[in-house]
Design a protein around this ligand. Structure first.
Ligand code: GLU
Ligand code: ZN
Length: 307
């Protein structure tokens, strides 16, 4: 393993491996794809981290289908995701959680927060927030609290959760110490949008708590979301400690994160091209710098990348 990788320098990897081996056995981690497209090489890379680390520290992996955004979910993708994970050899049976089976969880926690005066309806569009705050559209938009005291009805409105100033610090197993201030980054958090969809941060925080997750392994694109998820845990009284590892992503170009829109890297397509599961896992591991060369790695051998 490897000198000269841009994403995983040898000494960094060695240190991370060592740190991983100090974790307790029997932790629970999760893989949480959204059924909004086919799995692609970026997902395979994430899966290499999740299952590889889990094998190496004897953790359990839970699959969660993140279909909270009904506007973006398309029929057929959930089944395709399960098939792909089984074909890759990562899962034996299609055993999983699905967010849309838990609307009552989101509803009841929202109502509980509302009864504490923490939730309010917000009628602002993105454009209106941008006009008021002068923030550019490519930046993360900080909500300015405009509707906090306006007493709007829920109808056709989004719901926001009040985020008071709170410093959220955590030691990421890959990227080290992180200190975030959600109230300054995003302001009061949209927990349900105007179409009635529960939002990612809200749903995922409640799910990680309810499904007893104690290790979150996911891409570094979600690093800025972690502070607010920790703040949500604190608001909802979740005391179980949660560890994080935010792994490097496969970058297609410096500007553009590899996304599921790029059909050319869908696992289905690679499979049709004749690649085996081990070849795909090896390519994914190589693309994030875990392997010098894209040599095949069968699913049960992924632990070798982290030991
Ligand atoms: N559902 C998210 C995705 O597909 C992952 C969320 C998470 O791991 O917290 O990127
Ligand atoms: Zn508003």
């Amino acid at each position: 393993m490897k000198a000269g990788s841009t994403q995983c320098e040898a000494h960094v990897l060695a240190e991370i491996r060592q740190q991983l081996q100090t974790l307790p056995r029997g932790l629970r981690t999760r893989f949480a794809p959204s059924p909004t497209g086919y799995l692609h090489l970026g997902h395979a890379a994430s899966a290499v981290f999740v299952w590889g680390i889990a094998q190496s520290i004897e953790a359990d992996v839970v699959l969660r289908i993140e279909d909270h955004d009904r506007g973006r979910v398309r029929p057929g993708y959930e089944k395709a995701i399960l098939e792909d994970l089984i074909w890759l050899g990562l899962m034996k049976t299609a055993d999983f959680f699905r967010q849309s089976d838990h609307w009552d969880r989101y509803e009841s926690q929202m109502e509980a927060a509302r009864s504490r005066g923490l939730v309010y309806a917000c009628t602002c569009s993105r454009r209106e927030i941008m006009e008021r705050t002068g923030e550019a559209s490519h930046d993360e938009l900080r909500y300015d609290g405009h509707c906090r005291t306006r007493g709007h009805a829920d109808h056709h409105a989004g719901l926001r959760l009040r985020l008071d100033p709170m410093t959220c610090a955590f030691d990421d197993l890959w990227t080290g110490r992180q200190v975030q201030r959600p109230d300054e980054q995003c302001g009061d958090l949209l927990i349900r949008d105007r179409d009635g969809n529960w939002t990612y941060n809200f749903a995922v925080s409640l799910d990680d708590a309810a499904e007893d997750i104690d290790l979150v392994i996911r891409g570094q694109d979600l690093l800025p979301a972690t502070g607010r998820q920790l703040q949500l845990r604190s608001i909802f009284g979740v005391t179980k400690p949660l560890r994080f590892l935010h792994h490097p992503l496969i970058w297609e170009s410096p500007e553009r994160k590899l996304s599921k829109r790029d059909g050319s890297t869908s696992l289905r397509h690679l499979r049709e091209q004749g690649l085996s599961p081990a070849m795909i896992l090896g390519q994914a591991a190589h693309a994030v710098g875990l392997l010098d060369r894209p040599e095949p790695v069968a699913a049960p051998e992924l632990k070798g990348l982290f030991k």
